[in-house]
Design a protein. Structure first.
Length: 327
């Protein structure tokens, strides 16, 4: 009879490969570092290949490790899902939900709402993965992801939680010193603070209430791959930036920032829950989905489609003269 796969070693390898750390995997799994190391060594011996390059300072996947990582994550996710389905039949939702979210949004808005959820579901845990880079939900073994974008068609299942308004903003001091742009073309004469993970970071796109579009190549002293990293320069009056309301809501209310060029809006985006394809979902995942839907239904910066259209029309009346349409 052939030997069964070493499922424990595969699961341990998946955890180490995700964080590229034996210590972190040991902490996440509740095992000793020696146990984690032995499990990986056992799998390497069975496969006849090294899975990691180890030095005193860093850990990196070998070619064999990179090839095995996705399968390991899928095995771990399948095992957790099977266990969760069995537990679901015995009462309240229980088990771990792996949730991916953007860094700034996750720290400021997701992490603060999780304690209430975890208090209400003491048999559950959430593994929150924060990164502004778009993660592979299926390959990474995630149950859910939060994405703030206009999503392209894909095999993922999508549930829209709320609209997210983006605005061009600056400090009153910056506007007093440099003037207030009225049309996207005016931004060529302004310092622009850029966000690297926009769909087109080298081009800002706008449209007015009549559907006329315009775009500009932003130039300025700073571009970053995290919205919070732009905040100090923005508040210091070093330039203008296109920011989502959830990062600037308090600054707008306090008058530290002002909306600029309200007759021209960036393309609409939304806060979306994305899920790997396939049903049924475990009760633990459904419980978190329902909670997040409630949590983000009434936040002050949320904007539904009707509000967005009404505000855009109201703020742009009378609409600015369209000097030029651009792609």
């Amino acid at each position: 009879m052939p030997r069964l796969p070493d499922f424990e070693a595969w699961a341990v390898f998946a955890s180490v490969a995700e964080g590229l750390s034996f210590s972190r995997a040991a902490e996440d799994l509740g095992l000793s570092k020696a146990t984690v190391s032995k499990a990986v060594a056992r799998l390497e011996a069975r496969l006849g290949a090294r899975l990691f390059h180890r030095t005193s300072r860093r850990l990196a996947l070998t070619e064999a490790g990179r090839a095995a990582r996705e399968d390991a994550a899928a095995l771990l996710a399948a095992g957790e899902a099977a266990e969760a389905r069995a537990l679901d039949a015995n009462g309240a939702p229980r088990g771990r939900v792996r949730l991916a979210a953007p860094m700034s949004f996750g720290v400021a808005h997701v992490a603060p709402v999780l304690p209430e959820f975890l208090t209400a579901h003491p048999q559950m845990s959430v593994d929150l993965h924060l990164s502004d880079a778009q993660v592979d939900l299926v390959g990474g073994g995630f149950d859910l992801g939060l994405r703030i974008a206009a999503l392209a068609d894909s095999s993922l299942r999508v549930r829209r939680l709320c609209g997210v308004r983006r605005s061009l903003v600056a400090t009153p001091d910056y506007l007093a010193r440099h003037g207030r742009p009225e049309h996207p073309d005016d931004l060529k004469r302004h310092a622009c603070l850029g966000y690297a993970y926009l769909p087109t970071p080298d081009r800002w796109h706008f449209s007015d209430s009549t559907g006329v579009t315009a775009s500009v190549a932003p130039e300025g002293p700073l571009r970053a791959n995290n919205a919070d990293a732009l905040a100090p320069a923005l508040r210091a009056g070093l330039g203008l930036a296109v920011q989502p309301d959830f990062t600037i809501w308090d600054d707008l209310r306090a008058g530290r920032l002002e909306r600029v060029m309200p007759g021209w809006q960036p393309p609409p985006i939304a806060l979306n829950l994305v899920m790997p394809p396939g049903l049924p979902r475990p009760a633990r995942v459904s419980a978190l989905i329902a909670y997040l839907e409630r949590a983000f239904a009434t936040v002050p910066w949320a904007q539904n489609a009707t509000e967005a259209a009404t505000e855009a029309a109201g703020e742009s009346s009378p609409s600015p003269p369209s000097r030029r349409a651009a792609g």
